[in-house]
Design a protein. Structure first.
Length: 83
């Protein structure tokens, strides 16, 4: 693999990571908005929705933290630098 191919590969990986982070952040915003719209639940259905969206919000937060962790492959790749 030539140097330009390696650089292109690293650039593609970084682009993929940025897109992944943006998707996770969008999901987090969606779940937060749904939680705010539900507000204080007045029915069993709203309580179930609130419970589900709270769980999903927490899980996406964990995914975001994992994706941003400095131990990801781009940080440890030869020549890889944090953006």
């Amino acid at each position: 693999m030539t140097d330009s191919e390696k650089d292109r590969s690293i650039t593609d990986e970084r682009r993929h990571l940025r897109v992944r982070l943006a998707r996770i952040e969008a999901d987090l915003a969606y779940f937060q908005a749904r939680l705010e719209l539900i507000g204080e639940p007045t029915s069993a259905n709203q309580r179930a929705q609130r419970k589900l969206f709270k769980l999903l919000h927490e899980q996406m937060g964990t995914c975001l933290a994992d994706a941003k962790a400095p131990s990801n492959e781009l940080e440890t790749a030869p020549g890889g630098q944090a953006d």
